[in-house]
Design a protein around this ligand. Structure first.
Ligand code: NAD
Ligand code: UDP
Length: 319
């Protein structure tokens, strides 16, 4: 049985990846320090012999006994609220954490895929963003702790590939949504849905003219799986190119949830990118991948998930 190590396993993306690799017949080692994730996301896997969990911080020395075939490095705070609250941990997991996992990949001769992000393009001056664009990131701005950690992650991954022959993959993930997102992690999908369910007004930052393109979790996992199994070593964008302004998105959520709440405006956070849309030509050509789930369908599924939370979970500001 092939063995895969998934870091960030108790988080949103990591837990869905654990499910997918279990389904594909892998032995899965999930690793997480639970700084933004929760065991609830993977508790259904604990009874399985195919699954092991290591409660471990990947910025500390990582040791995995025995053979290992694949590593997916997804550990990192991922929402602006989280990485602004824990900026040093964010820099460390992207830099020291990635270094440690590349070391494990080298030692075990395992293939490693690292989770990069559309944030490497910063506030992009090229639209839509293709993989050849170098980006427009402020290294000293508040978001720099995340963006630069991910840019370093890409650099060190390519260095291990070129100088140590490590078998590497880099995915640049664009805004992805789905079940198991934390209701209060500040990202716009759980934020709006939580507000609609609690009967609060929806908070649009700035005038809402900034754009994002939202990808459903199942499409994202399929793209990541295909990239890992491909032989392509340069970065690939995985995201849904269907772009919307945040104001239109808030109106869409109001229609979907049937709430009669209003939209209120709050200041735009510093360095919030004004536009974002993936160019997925490369993913189409190399992986034969494109998203299948439209926003209306995906949002309906996620709304049903948030509706199934208990009133305590819905009102727990820490969750
Ligand atoms: P998440 O916060 O739900 O999950 C991240 C997980 O990593 C959490 O369980 C957290 O406890 C764990 N973690 C953080 N630091 C760690 C450390 N030092 N050691 C061990 N575990 C640690 O976030 P997510 O949305 O699932 O994001 C997962 C990955 O995907 C991140 O690397 C993120 O940068 C990347 N990504 C996500 C998106 C998205 O839209 N969801 C977009 C771009 C990139
Ligand atoms: N946003 C918003 N209201 C909220 C949360 C977010 O208007 O309550 C905006 C945010 O300013 C950004 C967009 O929604 O322009 C997406 O934010 P998110 O944090 O989900 O992702 P990112 O900015 O990292 O793409």
């Amino acid at each position: 049985m092939k063995k895969v190590l998934i870091t960030g396993a108790a988080g949103f993306l990591g837990s869905h990846l654990c499910d997918r690799f279990i389904k594909e017949g892998f032995h899965v080692i999930g690793m997480d320090n639970l700084i933004t994730g929760t065991l609830k996301n993977i508790e259904h896997l604990f009874p399985l012999e195919q699954f092991e969990f290591y409660h471990h911080d990947v910025t500390k020395f990582v040791h995995i006994p025995g053979k290992l075939h694949y590593i997916l490095h997804f550990a990192s705070p991922a929402s602006p609220i989280d990485y602004l609250k824990i900026p040093i941990e964010t820099l460390k997991v992207g830099s020291l954490g990635t270094l440690n996992l590349l070391g494990v990949a080298k030692e075990k001769k395992a293939r490693i895929l690292v989770a990069s992000t559309s944030e490497v393009y910063g506030d992009p001056l090229v639209h839509p963003q293709n993989e050849d664009y170098f980006g427009n990131v402020s290294p000293i701005g508040p978001r720099g702790v995340y963006d630069e950690a991910k840019r370093f992650m890409e650099s060190i991954t390519m260095a291990y590939h070129r100088f140590h022959n490590v078998d590497t993959r880099i995915v640049r993930i664009f805004n992805t949504y789905g079940s198991r997102m934390r209701l209060n992690d500040g990202r716009v999908v759980p934020a709006f849905m939580g507000q609609a369910l609690r009967g609060e007004d929806l908070t649009v930052f700035g005038d809402g003219s900034q754009t994002r393109s939202f990808c459903y979790i199942d499409d994202q996992v399929e793209g990541i799986y295909r990239l890992l199994m491909s032989d392509y070593t340069n970065p690939i964008n995985i995201g849904n190119p269907h772009e919307t302004t945040i104001l239109e998105f808030a109106q869409e959520i109001i229609r979907l949830t049937g709430t009669d709440q209003k939209i209120i405006y709050k200041p735009l956070p510093k360095d919030d990118p004004t536009q974002r849309q993936p160019d997925i030509t490369r993913a189409k050509e190399i992986l034969g991948w494109e998203p299948k789930v439209g926003r209306a369908e995906g949002l309906k599924k996620v709304f049903n998930y948030f509706k199934s939370l208990t009133p305590e979970e819905l009102h727990d500001k820490e969750h």
